[in-house]
Ligand binder design. Sequence first.
Ligand code: HEM
Ligand code: HEM
Length: 232
Amino acid sequence: MKKIKLWDLPTRLFHWLLVASIAALFITIKVDMDNGIGWHAKIGLFVVGLIAFRLAWGFIGSTYARFFQFFPTPSKIIAYLKGEWHELGHNPLGALSVFALLALTAAQAGLGLFTSDDISFQGPLYGLIDGELALTFTGWHRWLAYGLLAFVGLHVASILFYKLVKKHNMVIPMLTGKTEVADNEAGKAAKGGGGVALIIALVIAILAVWGASGAWIPAPPPPAAEIQTPAW
Ligand code: HEM
Ligand code: HEM
């Protein structure tokens, strides 16, 4: 047996930073603290950057981080269910949950940008849409958070199932980046996703955060000076 590279460092960092951020997003909104909502919004913007990074990395990252490599086609899913799928990387069912988790997180963070807490906070893009629609998005943001939580529960449960029932530890490769394969399979090590790709993905992430932060929206004009009416 030989150890080969499976998950590159950016994919692993993305994953664990996402886990920490989602935990922090729930804590900042549910635990009574000073400026919790301010922190919630900042961390939410960071998640926008993480998702944008991962979307770019899905095209220019290393072998097993690429979406085309693990896209769950029906034939792959059927082969997997028949026990005939023996590749490296996300398995076809796992890939379905990867896409679902990415889509739900993106939707949740996107909705957050248009949300208001009805007290003093408005999301950075709140002003771009009609008040009624912002109210609808706020409602969706409230319940989708628990939809996301349910999927995370399923995700963690399936990883536990692999560990306990199938005796296959998926967490170690997500931590170390390495997995064990037979000697004749060593050529399957992940390739690509070098420095240039990393810079491109980081620039895309920064642009996404800038776009989501609303920094580009022109400031509203100052209120007109009161019109002085003559005394007569
Ligand atoms: C907020 C919680 C979580 C979210 C949103 C989440 C999301 C994701 C996503 C999007 C991926 C795909 C990685 C990629 O290709 O970029 C993934 C994979 C993975 N996650 Fe999580 N995750 C969460 C919590 C956890 C926890 C707590 C564990 C550890 C028990 C874990 C273990 C893994 C593992 C092992 C993989 C790789 C699965 C495979 O080999 O196919 N995740 N997760
Ligand atoms: C994936 C990212 C996000 C997650 C998981 C998340 C999660 C949550 C949760 C759990 C709640 C409380 C729901 C409840 O009422 O029980 C909430 C509320 C809220 N979030 Fe987020 N959020 C995210 C991103 C954002 C972003 C980017 C913003 C704004 C920049 C934002 C702004 C708000 C506001 C203003 C509320 C209060 C809404 C209300 O009064 O009910 N969130 N969020």
